[in-house]
Design a protein around this ligand. Structure first.
Ligand code: ATP
Length: 306
């Protein structure tokens, strides 16, 4: 059972005040893009997991755990638990999504494992786990997991896990600049809190941007580019100053929008159309400001069996 699952870029990430439970209230506009991990699940005598980089994807897989800490393994255990079976499955993860890159690769693998293991163990005649059930299980694993099941474009509130699909017209063309080494998501949120404390800022309640929603509904790349916004960007750039050079290079080469993806360090550039994305990718590749330059389009569906 092989499941293909997309990466995400956050079109808007509005980070609200720090809550008592240590999380922030968010408005998180997720957008699934055509950069895919694949998770294969096979019946086995005991739980096992292997991780490899997809051919052509220069993904540094050293940071990915190959034990029970792997999010895909935790997902398999949750499904086994719910269905009352042994979690005896061999998972093979083929990664094209950068690790700790702000594109939710681990969450994507967890979503893929939820779908693959449910297919493997659930009763096909009378399934006990619906997509809704899998989304709830996903929410227990991480805030970004439910969106990797859903795909498309969606707005998440709460920790980002309470999702509503967003109307988006047409296809948007992206260029992603990956970086050497990841950024830890908790460290980036911590830095964001520190910057706000230094500035003595009153943190407003997060709101979805009406301009962004209108641009999505109209399929207007230039308007979308103008409304891309990530409250974590300043923190990611402070932790990794070289990102400002990468963002400036993309803007200088004519991207209609540029931002750090999620908690970074991957940078996302929106192009006007497919031809512009090809040109932008070639120029950005030549500028020497990224580990790898990858093109993708969105929105694409969430985790699907292939
Ligand atoms: P997000 O955008 O959701 O903040 P990210 O893209 O920055 O996430 P991930 O690639 O999801 O980061 O990985 C974060 C950490 O999670 C990794 O450094 C690794 O230790 C751990 N991890 C656990 N399972 C996986 C997995 N299947 N793939 C990648 N990382 C995993």
């Amino acid at each position: 059972m092989t499941v293909r699952v997309p990466a995400k870029v956050n079109l808007q990430l509005a980070v609200g005040p720090l809550r008592d439970d240590g999380y922030h209230d968010l408005v998180n506009v997720f957008h699934a893009v055509s950069l895919f991990d694949e998770v294969t699940a096979e019946p086995a005598g005991a739980p096992a997991v292997t991780v490899e980089a997809a051919p052509d994807a220069q993904v540094a897989i050293e940071g990915v755990p190959v034990d029970g800490d792997n999010l895909a393994v935790r997902a398999a255990r949750l499904v086994a638990d719910r269905l009352g079976v042994e979690p005896d499955v061999a998972l093979r993860i083929r990664k094209a999504i950068p690790v700790a890159g702000g594109m939710a690769g681990g969450s994507a693998d967890a979503a893929a494992a939820l779908v693959a293991c449910a297919r493997l163990w659930d009763d096909p005649e009378a399934p006990r786990l619906s997509l809704d059930d899998l989304m709830k299980l996903g929410g227990e694993l991480g805030s970004d997991v439910p969106f990797a099941l859903l795909g498309g474009t969606a707005v998440g509130v709460g920790r980002g896990e309470q999702l509503s699909p967003v109307e988006a017209r047409g296809t948007f063309h992206w260029v992603f600049a990956t970086a050497d080494g990841g950024l830890s998501t908790p460290a980036v949120y911590g830095e964001c809190d520190r910057i706000r404390a230094e500035r003595g800022e009153q943190v407003p309640w997060p709101q979805a941007s009406p301009g962004l929603m209108a641009a999505l509904a109209a399929g207007d790349a230039a308007a979308l580019g103008a409304h891309l916004d990530n409250d974590l960007q300043a923190a990611a750039v402070r932790l990794r100053p070289s990102l400002s050079r990468t963002l400036d290079a993309g803007r200088g080469l004519g991207a209609v929008g540029a931002l750090v993806s999620g908690s970074g360090p991957t940078c996302a550039f929106l192009a006007a159309d497919a031809g512009h994305a090809a040109d932008l990718a070639a120029s950005l590749g030549g500028a020497g400001v990224a580990k790898q330059v990858v093109r993708a389009h969105g929105p694409v569906p969430g985790a699907i069996v292939v």
